[in-house]
Design a protein around this ligand. Structure first.
Ligand code: PGA
Length: 250
């Protein structure tokens, strides 16, 4: 499987001119890469990506709403996204859980609607520092996966789901998860998935790492720890650094 490198631009950059420039320069550097590179810009910049893109470059969203359409001011639905060239949707990012009151129930509804609209959800899970200190990492990941995927049938997610392991304490802190520890977490996630579904299904679901990824540690997560890809935040809005992450991951 070729690595999938996701650029989560979050609420950046502040002008469409900068967004065009950032996309243009990264695109030039990575268009021949063997990695699949996914740009997740703020919705307002989606038009930049409406031109024909190189085969290995795809577009993703940072969030979506689970209802199809209607009186939901400020929301963008999965169905609306699927009408654009959106292939992936990040669901349940810890910043959404923290600042926008997302929980496992809304995450579950969003996962279902993304799948119904033939896109691939990237389900973000991960523990806080406090939960890690308490020794409850396994329970947290178990609950987030079980509830996030509740009533989602196995055949539906086969080759159509990515899980991003993003320990909250590693996001935006410059304190990435130890490679060996991240490898354990990847195996734990696979084990939970195999309990929820079966081994074959668990093998089919790609697990990404996210949290202070940079060009110096990217290859270790993919080549040593075995992650199927990376979810990159801060470094994804620096064109040289992000291009180097993509290069180092293959
Ligand atoms: P970071 O963010 O790379 O800035 O740590 C990762 C994320 O939030 O997905």
């Amino acid at each position: 499987m070729k690595p999938i490198i996701i650029a989560n631009w979050k609420c950046n950059p502040t002008t469409i001119k900068e967004a065009r420039k950032l996309f243009g320069s990264v695109c030039k550097n990575v268009k021949k890469s063997k990695a699949e590179v996914v740009f997740c810009p703020p919705f307002i910049y989606f038009s930049i990506f409406s031109l024909k893109l190189p085969n290995n470059i795809k577009i993703g969203a940072q969030n979506c709403y689970f209802e199809k359409a209607g009186a939901f001011t400020g929301e963008v639905s999965a169905s609306e996204l699927s009408d654009l060239k959106c292939k992936y949707v990040i669901i349940g990012h810890s910043e959404r859980r923290k600042y926008f009151s997302e929980n496992d129930l809304t995450v579950n509804k969003k996962i279902a609607s993304v799948l119904d609209n033939k896109m691939i959800p990237i389900l973000c899970i991960g523990e806080s520092q406090e939960q890690r200190d308490r020794g409850s990492v396994q329970d947290i990941l178990n609950i987030q996966l079980r509830e996030g995927l509740r009533n989602i049938a196995g055949p539906k997610i086969k080759n159509n789901l990515l899980i991003a392991y993003e320990p909250i304490w590693a996001i935006g802190t410059g304190r990435p998860c130890d490679i060996e520890e991240s490898q354990k977490m990847r195996l734990l996630i696979k084990k939970i998935l195999s309990n929820l579904y079966n081994q074959n299904m668990a093998n089919n679901v790609g697990v990404l790492y996210g949290g202070s990824v940079n060009s110096a540690n990217a290859s270790d997560y993919v080549k040593e720890a075995g992650f199927e890809g990376l979810l990159v935040g801060g470094a994804s809005i620096k064109s040289q650094e992000f291009s180097q992450i993509v290069k180092n991951s293959v």
